[in-house]
Write a protein that binds this ligand. Structure first.
Ligand code: BV8
Ligand code: ZN
Length: 252
């Protein structure tokens, strides 16, 4: 019976995607789990060893520049070596078939772009560049291997560099955030994939969508605060398995 229900859920999700005018995707760290990127809160989560604020914050960089830069070097290396899994290619297929599928992401790993997915809205920045901690005006620098020769990497002015990710306590890039809010406010359907719905303001997007009448499909092996809301269709599974099944049901 359980098998049957999940098949029904897949075909229900497929019908919703086929019928929706504008579908928007919102992804968190779980979307990259099957590509080998560690999540933040899972059993092997990055934050098992460290507290988020101790690393992904200005305070953390000031207090522990070497540790924070070691952490980002490890994550950058992982992102460069890892490949997008079948769930990413499924999203790319929906985008190609429906020619619009804006993808909002909290992730900084660049895997969406690596899968050829266009129209990616990076709410929390990325690991492509780094800039001066003291905002001296020097141009930002590309995050390449030689930047990590001596840790922490320094700006031409002598201050420490920081990766161009959004650190805790920092405002999100205004353009990206405004567009994300507009999309949440106007979509017919939001696919929410692999987020624990803890970090704000990204976590408010599915709620804004639901409030204006959009349907929400959550793809996550675990419950989140979104799961129990009336407007959520819960697909209790992983991105790498569920997304390809939905795409097969929609496009054959
Ligand atoms: C801001 C970049 C305001 C860096 C990141 C108290 C209450 C509420 C809010 C706050 C508060 N105190 C402070 C705040 C605000 C704070 C916040 O939300 N804190 C949280 C911890 C409570 N937010 C901020 O500071 C933001 N800025 O609000 O600015 C402001 C206004 C004016 C002036 C100045 C400032 C900035 C937040 C951005 C922080 N940067 N990332 C980096 O990555 O190193 S956050 C980082 O953590 C990620 O980007 C992501 O957002 C978050 C992790 O969450 P998830 O992606 O959801 O990942 P997680 O591991 O938690 O969950 C994974 C999920 O996947 C799980 O559900 C799991 O079941 C599922 N999963 C696992 N495997 C799979 C899967 N799903 C599918 N398939 C699988 N295979
Ligand atoms: Zn500088």
């Amino acid at each position: 019976m359980a098998e049957l229900t999940s098949l029904n859920l897949i075909s229900k999700a497929a019908d919703m995607i086929a019928a929706a005018g504008l579908t928007v995707v919102s992804t968190g760290a779980g979307m990259s789990r099957e590509s080998g990127v560690r999540t933040f809160r899972g059993e092997d989560g990055l934050w098992r060893e460290y507290k988020a604020e101790d690393l992904a914050s200005r305070e953390g960089i000031r207090k522990n520049p070497e540790l924070v830069w070691e952490w980002y070097r490890e994550r950058l290396k992982a992102c460069e070596e890892l490949e997008p899994h079948a769930g990413y290619h499924a999203l790319a297929r929906i985008q190609n078939e429906q020619d619009t599928l804006p993808v909002i992401t909290q992730n900084i790993d660049g895997l969406l772009q690596k899968a050829g997915i266009r129209d990616v809205i990076e709410l929390h920045g990325n690991l492509r560049t780094a800039s001066c901690m003291n905002e001296c005006g020097a141009p930002n620098v590309r995050m390449t291997e030689d930047l990590f020769k001596d840790l922490p990497p320094r700006c031409t002015c002598g201050s420490i560099l920081r990766p161009d990710v959004v650190l805790f306590g920092e405002q999100l890039p205004q353009q990206a955030l405004k567009r994300a809010f507009r999309l949440a406010d106007s979509c017919d359907l939001m696919l929410v994939i692999g987020t624990s719905m803890v970090v704000y303001p990204a976590s408010s997007l599915p709620l804004i969508a639901m409030r204006q009448g959009a349907q929400v499909i959550e793809i996550n092996p675990e419950e989140t605060p979104l799961s129990s809301l009336d407007g959520t269709l819960n697909l209790r599974g992983t991105a790498g398995t569920v997304l390809p099944e939905i795409v097969k049901a929609v496009f054959g």
